[in-house]
Design a protein around this ligand. Structure first.
Ligand code: NAP
Ligand code: ZN
Ligand code: ZN
Length: 352
């Protein structure tokens, strides 16, 4: 075991603060990574404040962070994929059982026995796993990704959650040229959804509650922008969408979007609001429309997404912050005031 610097929350109401945590020494299969950047996902905030207490109660102290990019410092004797000095990335999962049908299909995100990067039972040290708001992490090579070397690392980190969570459902639902695709909520996930839908050739419409984000949405790749509070603007798009990705973090009227789908259209929830949403079933019935959800993505698809980003020069638009500004960043997330992902420069942890 060795010590690592980190930021943790002690309770649902306390701010994140500097701490020291234990990390395991690398086993033969492990990769030790010096973390250079970690994105701030809205899920970190939900989890730190115990807003998902029914599905995933938070164990304190909680060290969040699952958008990790860094450099390999040490590898175990059986590691073949990485060597010291390589770039490496870690997303939302650090382990799974590897033997179930989901793992065999490369869809570890559905493994009934997976281990999430933080707030999950730690098989090695006991207690719970600690995430990427830290200067280092030790992860089994199977769950370590290769980061493209041609991209700016601060903008690569958010691909590990915001990227794969939007890429995966778009591939699943056949987003391509000739399709009309909506993205609801221009935050961390939403802005990646816009970039992917555009790169896949679709006609992209952004729905936002923030009129001041209109110019950015167009720059990010949207063909049209709708201010969702404007009923007239919404109505113009009735029955026209093949696919809508809903990336909203709070309660909202999902029925308004169901009505914008064409026959057999699909709306996929990636946003995970604290409280259940009301679903008007007639909207689903009348157009034979469907409502789905989608969690992150498997390891092979995450690598595919990273390679796609390398080829198409796609990164998240980030505001780089020192770790000392993390609590302020959370407050700004709650006000939809981020362009479009906070990425923590982990060098800032050295002064703690
Ligand atoms: N399914 C998964 O695997 C997965 C993975 C990661 C994250 N998530 C979840 O996805 C959600 C979004 O995460 P994020 O990191 O992208 O969050 P974020 O950066 O805070 O973006 C959320 C966006 O939702 C919109 N929004 C916020 N409050 C709203 C309200 N009351 N009504 C309507 N729109 C509102 C805002 O966009 P506008 O300003 O454009 O309206 C905001 O920028 C979170 O719930 C997160 O936990 C799920
Ligand atoms: Zn996330
Ligand atoms: Zn499994």
């Amino acid at each position: 075991m060795h010590n690592a610097k980190a930021y943790s929350a002690g309770s649902a109401t306390s701010p994140l603060a500097s701490t020291t945590i234990a990390r395991r020494d690398p086993t033969p299969q492990d990769v030790q990574i010096e973390i250079l950047y970690c994105g701030i996902c809205h899920s970190d905030l939900h989890q730190v404040r115990n807003q998902w207490k029914e599905a995933m109660p938070t164990v304190y102290p909680c060290v969040p962070g699952h958008e990790i990019v860094g450099r390999v410092t040490k590898v175990g004797s059986a590691v073949t994929k990485f060597k010291a000095g390589d770039l490496a990335a870690v997303g939302c999962m650090v382990d799974s059982d590897r033997i179930c049908p989901e793992c065999k299909a490369g869809m570890e995100q559905f493994c009934p026995n997976f281990t999430l990067t933080y707030n999950f039972p730690d098989k090695h040290l006991g207690g719970v796993t600690y995430g990427g708001y830290s200067d280092s992490i030790v992860v089994d090579q199977r769950f370590v990704l290769s980061a493209p070397s041609n991209l700016k690392l601060a903008g690569v980190a958010p691909l590990l959650c915001a990227g794969i969570t939007t890429y995966s459902p778009m591939r699943r639902w056949g987003v391509t040229k000739g399709k009309k695709v909506g993205v609801v909520g221009l935050g961390g996930l939403g802005h990646m959804g816009v970039k992917f839908a555009h790169a896949l050739g679709a006609h992209v419409v952004v729905f936002t509650t923030s009129p001041k984000k209109k110019e950015d949405a167009l720059r990010l790749g949207a063909d049209e922008v709708v201010i969702s509070k404007n009923a007239n603007e919404m109505q113009k798009h009735e029955r026209s969408f093949d696919f809508i990705l809903d990336a909203v973090s709070a309660d909202h009227d999902i029925g308004a979007y169901i009505n914008l789908l064409r026959r057999d259209g699909n709306i996929t929830m990636v946003g995970a609001p604290e409280k259940p949403l009301a679903v008007p079933v007639f909207g689903l019935i009348m157009g034979r429309r469907s409502l789905s959800g989608s969690p992150i993505g498997g390891i092979p698809e995450t690598q595919e997404m990273l390679d796609f980003c390398g080829q198409h020069n796609i990164t998240a638009d980030v505001e780089i912050i020192p770790i000392q500004k993390v609590n302020e960043a959370y407050e700004r997330l709650l006000k939809s005031d981020v362009k479009y992902r906070f990425s923590i420069d982990m060098a800032s942890l050295k002064s703690e």
